[in-house]
Ligand binder design. Sequence first.
Ligand code: C2E
Ligand code: MG
Ligand code: MG
Length: 475
Amino acid sequence: MLLLRRRQGLLRHERNGVLAYNAALLAGNTMRLLLPRVLVMDTFCTIAITIIFFVYMNPHLFIDQRRIGYNKRGLRLLLSEALEKDDLHVMGMAIKNYQQERVVVGGTRVDRTIESIYAWITQSFSHIVLFYLGSGRFAMTGGGNIDWEDIHQRIRERFEKPWQTEGSTLHLGVRFVNINETSGLDSANSIINTLLLALERAGQDSSTTFGACQDTLSIGEVYEQVMMTHMLERVLKNHEVEVFLQPIVQGASRELVGAEALARIRDEHGSLVPPSLFIPIAEHTGLIDELGAQVLSNVCAFISAHDLHSMGLKWININLSPLQCVQHDMAERFARILEQHGVTPDMIHLEITEQSIIDYSLVENQILQLQEMGFKFSLDDYGTGYSNLVRLSDYPFANIKLDMSLVRSYCNGKGRLLPVTVSGLKSVGYTITAEGIETEEMAENLIDIGADYLQGYLFSRPLPIDEFVRTYTTG
Ligand code: C2E
Ligand code: MG
Ligand code: MG
């Protein structure tokens, strides 16, 4: 009964083991009832004990397939015990770009090197237990007063030198993940899953090439990301993405001409979560496609339900991640959403941030289709990336939005090149919007150098749609 109740915590082979040894005992008992003279109960008991041994006690279960060392199952057992004693410290370690290394230098060489790394760590630090979790990922743990900082440091130093195995020399990079507080992770399985995810991310990092690692990823950070992914999934599944609108005004007249749609989601307590937290995760997990579709759908519903011209609105800006454009059917999906709401694309401008501008050939197809449909494009956050004008001209931008950092530094007496940049951009036909306008003085400075449109807290913060409508509906 106890096992049945706790079956969720069992692995599949353990559940099968429970079924198998209970079946053996049941068969023994049935035989005893049906044929009391045949003494086979002992045999069935032996079978049950053998099953229990192979399922739970067999030491080979805790050794990884390539026999490099202890495996995930072993770590799980040790973590369960450590959690009970509340004495947990796990250090994860990932070989950087493991899969690429296998392709570039060959699987056998990498495997041999992994074996020698395992051997070196176990010999150098006899007081810790080392596990190999596959794909270049390790975990180490141990009780008592272990100087993890020292271990970390010595492994890093070792990785600055090449690994030599049977005549081959390999330079490998390494990154670490530390768990010393479980930050809400309450079972061995959830710790291992989060650790694997963290190690996967750490291992894909390309910031340094060889040897020393730059930093250590905290498990708390990864846990936050996992929770944020769950939250996003929930919000998207329930179609609960909200859109706030921030006005964009004409420079000279200060009249409302447009608005930027900004995505908002709420956590389970109803508090707003800022896009800086969920947009990067949406992009990383591919949820950005659905998020973008729901934002567009909300904006289209707003456009079709209100008389935008009476508010003075000539267009609505929507942020578009180039990662959405990598999807081959994105333009069709957008077209379907517009059709559902009976909205035409001429009212919608798509903003792409300068930092996220990627190789145009990857997104060209979808951008061209969107342009043919009648969408216009704005370059967002100009001044935060490294794009040059030649590269910008690949994209069909009609408008450039100066990032608030650029606007601020100009208003603080720096950024002397901004006036010539603006007039240069205008001379080739771009219109200019200045973002982050918070004071009258900033507004005047930017109008003086030729900004056509202004956006910022001076005019309004982003507002929920109904509040925006109430504020800007005249009469
Ligand atoms: P963004 O597109 O550059 O949007 C402008 C951001 O600046 C908004 O932040 C806005 O609230 C803020 N802002 C506007 N005026 C002022 C000001 O005067 N002072 C200051 N300090 N801030 C101002 P928010 O809403 O937090 O959005 C952050 C970023 O998240 C956006 O930057 C955009 O890149 C991204 N984002 C938002 N919604 C979406 C979306 O639906 N899809 C995609 N792909 N990205 C989105
Ligand atoms: Mg924007
Ligand atoms: Mg911006």
